[in-house]
Design a protein around this ligand. Structure first.
Ligand code: C2E
Ligand code: CA
Ligand code: CA
Length: 585
C-alpha cells in the first residue's frame, strides 16, 4: 500500500517535470512569452502542428478535452485523434480548403484517449513565415458534446452504420426486444447474406464493394414497408424484422421479392454484376422469444439456405439445429485432424496404356474419425473450404503424397507421376503456387512428374485469376488435367486457352459402357477432342472388363478405376510402388 502510494507520487512528480519541460519546448515553438501565456490559459483546446504534420505543442485545454498529455502526443500525427467516422472525401475537402484558403472550420468527430468518440467544433489555420511559406498549422477546438440536440445525434451515431446509414446491431437488439413486447401477433426475422460478396470485394475493389452495400441497403428498404426494420450487422450481413407478421406465405413472398430486387444488375464503370443472396428466416414466438434466439435460429436457417445452393431462403426448422451442431462439431474435429497431421492419403494407380505399365498415382485424401470411422473427401473437403482450412489440408496431402511417390520412384528407378486434386478456393489466394514452388525447390520433386487436377467449373468460376495461377503452375513445368470432364462447362475454348495437358473422362460416362443405351459415343467424342487438340485422355472409374477393353482398343492414354486398383493406403504398396490388387497388368 505504502509502496503503491510512493510510486504514484513518483509518477506524478515525473509528469510535472515532463510537462514543465514540454511547456518550455512549447514556448520555444510559439516564439514569444505573451502568445505562450495565452496558449496556456485559453479555455479553447489548441494544438500546434509543424509542416511535416507532427504535433509540436498542445495546451492544457487540449489535455482536458482529449485526455492526452503533451508528452503523449508530441511528434505524433494528429491522425492519432481521429475517430474513423469520416471518410477520405471529408479529409480531402478539409485539406483542399487549407491549401486554397489557408483555413478550414467545421464540425468533426474525434476520439478521446479513453476511446470515447465526441464532436468538436474545429478551426485550423495555416501559419506562414515572412516569405509566405507555411511553417505550422494551428488547430483550435471546443468539445460540443453538451450542445443542444447533440445527445440525440450521439445516440444516432452509436445506433447507425456509417456506410449505409442503416441502423446497426446495437439498435436492432434494443428495438427488436421492444417490438416483441408491443406486437399483438407474431413477427418474422430475416437474416440476409449476399452470396460470394468476398469475391466481388477482392476482384472489383473495396470502394465498389462499399457502393454495392449502399445499393443493397436501398433495395432492401425499398422491398419492405416503412414500419419494418432493416439493419446492417456488418460486412455483407443484413437483418430485416417484419413486425406483426405470422403468415408464412406472406413472409416467403417478401423473401422472394427481396431476392428478385437484389438481382437487377449493378453497373460501375466497365463492370456489371448481378447479386444473389441467401436468407434465413425465424418466427416469433414459434422459434424464439427474444432477439438473441430469433437471430441464432435465423442464422441456422441461413446456413441451410447456403447449403441448398444459395440464391434462396430457408425457414428455420428444429432438425436444422442438429445438423448445424453436427457440422460445427465436425468442423472442430477436422481442424484438429489437419493440425495434428491426421489426414491420410490413399493412392490410386493410373495405368498408362501407351507405356504398358502403372506410371503414376492419384493422391486422394481420407480422414479416419475416432467416432465416425472413415470419412470421404466429398464430406470433409467442402467443410475445409468453408472454414478456410483448405490450404493447410492441401499442403499436408500434397507434401505427403510427393514424398511417398518420390520414395517409390527411387526404389523402382522409374519416374512415377503424382496427380493431386486442387480446390477452386485455392485459386483465390494463389497460395498453391508457393506450395508447388516449394515442392520443386525444397522437396526436390521433378515438376514434370506433377499433375494438377481441377474441374472445368472450378476453372471457369473465376477465369481471370485461374488463368494467372494455371500459367504460373505451368511455367514451373507442371501438368494440368481437367477432372470430371464432360460434366461441367460446355465451351471447349478454355482447353486451348489454359494449355490443358489431360482430360479425365468422368466416371459416369465410363460406367455406362457395356450396358444398353450406353455412353460409348460420348466417350468417343471426348477421345477425338483429345486427339485433335493433342491433349491426353484418361478414363476414370473403369470397373469392368468391357470398359477396360473399350478404352484399350481406342488407344486411350491412361486408365484408372477399381478394375485396375482401388485407392489404397501407402502400406498396401511395395517399396517400389507395386501392388497386388486389381487386374494383372
Ligand atoms: P475425383 O478427383 O474425381 O476422384 C475420383 C473418385 O472416384 C475418388 O473418390 C475415387 O475413390 C473414386 N473412384 C476411383 N475409381 C473408381 C471406380 O472404379 N468406381 C467408382 N465408383 N469410384 C471410383 P474419393 O476418393 O471419394 O474422392 C472424391 C473426390 O474428392 C475426388 O473426386 C476429388 O474431387 C476430391 N478429393 C479427394 N482428395 C482431395 C484432396 O486432397 N483435395 C481436394 N481438393 N479434393 C480432393
Ligand atoms: Ca481427381
Ligand atoms: Ca474425377
Amino acid at each position: 500500500m505504502k509502496q503503491a502510494r510512493s510510486d504514484q507520487r513518483l509518477t506524478d512528480g515525473l509528469q510535472t517535470v515532463m510537462n514543465n519541460f514540454f511547456e518550455q519546448a512549447m514556448c520555444q515553438a510559439l516564439g514569444d512569452r505573451i502568445s505562450c501565456e495565452i496558449f496556456r490559459v485559453s479555455q479553447i483546446a489548441m494544438m500546434l502542428v509543424d509542416r511535416r504534420m507532427s504535433i509540436v505543442a498542445v495546451n492544457p485545454a487540449f489535455t482536458r478535452t482529449t485526455g492526452y498529455d503533451f508528452y503523449e502526443v508530441m511528434g505524433e500525427n494528429p491522425r492519432k485523434l481521429s475517430s474513423g467516422i469520416h471518410d477520405r472525401l471529408f479529409y480531402e475537402t478539409l485539406w483542399q480548403s487549407l491549401l486554397d484558403q489557408g483555413s478550414w472550420s467545421g464540425e468533426i468527430w474525434n476520439r478521446r484517449k479513453n476511446g470515447e468518440i465526441y464532436p468538436e467544433h474545429l478551426r485550423i489555420d495555416a501559419i506562414r513565415n515572412a516569405q509566405g511559406e507555411v511553417t505550422h498549422y494551428v488547430g483550435m477546438f471546443t468539445d460540443i458534446t453538451n450542445e443542444k440536440g447533440m445527445q440525440k445525434r450521439l445516440q444516432n451515431l452509436a445506433f447507425h452504420d456509417t456506410l449505409t446509414g442503416l441502423p446497426n446491431r446495437a439498435y436492432l437488439k434494443q428495438r427488436v426486444n421492444e417490438l416483441l413486447g408491443e406486437v399483438n401477433s407474431g413477427s418474422a426475422l430475416l437474416f440476409v447474406d449476399i452470396d460470394n460478396f468476398k469475391r466481388v470485394n477482392d476482384e472489383l475493389g473495396h470502394s465498389f464493394g462499399d457502393e454495392i452495400l449502399r445499393i443493397v441497403a436501398n433495395r432492401l428498404q425499398a422491398a419492405v414497408r416503412q414500419s419494418d426494420v432493416v439493419c446492417r450487422l456488418g460486412g455483407d450481413e443484413f437483418v430485416i424484422v417484419l413486425p406483426d407478421l405470422t403468415d408464412v406465405a406472406r413472409t416467403e413472398a417478401i423473401a422472394g421479392k427481396i431476392l428478385t430486387q437484389l438481382q437487377s444488375p449493378i453497373t460501375s464503370g466497365d463492370h456489371e454484376i448481378g447479386l444473389t443472396a441467401s436468407i434465413g428466416i425465424s418466427f416469433y414466438p414459434k422459434d424464439g422469444e427474444d432477439f438473441e434466439s430469433l437471430f441464432q435460429y435465423a442464422d441456422v436457417a441461413l446456413y441451410d439456405a447456403k447449403g441448398m445452393g444459395k440464391n434462396g431462403y430457408s425457414l428455420y426448422r428444429r432438425e436444422m439445429s442438429t445438423t448445424f451442431r453436427n457440422r460445427l462439431a465436425l468442423e472442430k474435429d477436422l481442424r484438429l485432424a489437419i493440425e495434428g497431421g491426421l489426414i491420410d492419403v490413399f493412392y490410386q494407380p493410373k495405368l498408362n496404356l501407351v507405356r504398358g505399365r502403372v506410371s503414376g498415382f492419384e493422391a486422394l485424401a481420407r480422414w479416419h474419425h475416432p467416432e465416425h470411422g472413415w470419412i470421404g473427401p466429398n464430406v470433409f473437403i467442402p467443410i475445409a473450404e468453408d472454414a478456410g482450412m483448405i490450404d493447410s489440408l492441401a499442403e499436408h496431402v500434397i507434401r505427403r503424397a510427393v514424398r511417398q511417390v518420390r520414395d517409390w520412384s527411387l526404389q523402382a528407378r522409374f519416374p512415377y507421376e503424382v496427380a493431386v486434386n486442387i480446390s477452386s478456393k485455392q485459386f483465390r489466394t494463389g497460395g498453391v503456387v508457393h506450395l508447388m514452388q516449394d515442392i520443386v525447390n525444397v522437396e526436390g520433386f521433378p515438376p514434370e512428374q506433377v499433375e494438377i487436377e481441377v474441374t472445368e467449373s472450378q476453372l471457369m468460376e473465376n477465369s481471370r485469376q485461374s488463368q494467372t495461377i494455371i500459367e504460373a503452375l505451368k511455367s514451373l513445368g507442371m501438368h494440368i488435367a481437367i477432372d470430371d470432364f464432360g460434366t461441367g462447362y460446355s465451351s471447349l475454348g478454355y482447353l486451348k486457352q489454359f494449355h490443358v495437358d489431360r482430360l479425365k473422362i468422368d466416371k459416369v460416362f465410363v460406367q455406362d459402357i457395356g450396358t444398353p443405351g450406353n455412353d460409348e459415343e460420348l466417350c468417343d467424342v471426348i477421345l477425338s477432342i483429345g486427339n485433335t487438340l493433342g491433349i491426353k485422355v484418361t478414363a476414370e472409374g473403369v470397373e469392368k472388363r468391357e470398359q477396360f477393353d473399350f478404352f484399350s482398343q481406342r488407344r486411350c492414354d491412361e486408365l484408372q478405376g477399381y478394375y485396375i486398383a482401388r485407392p489404397l493406403p501407402w502400406d498396401q504398396f511395395g517399396p517400389d510402388g507395386s501392388f497386388n490388387t486389381g487386374v494383372q497388368q
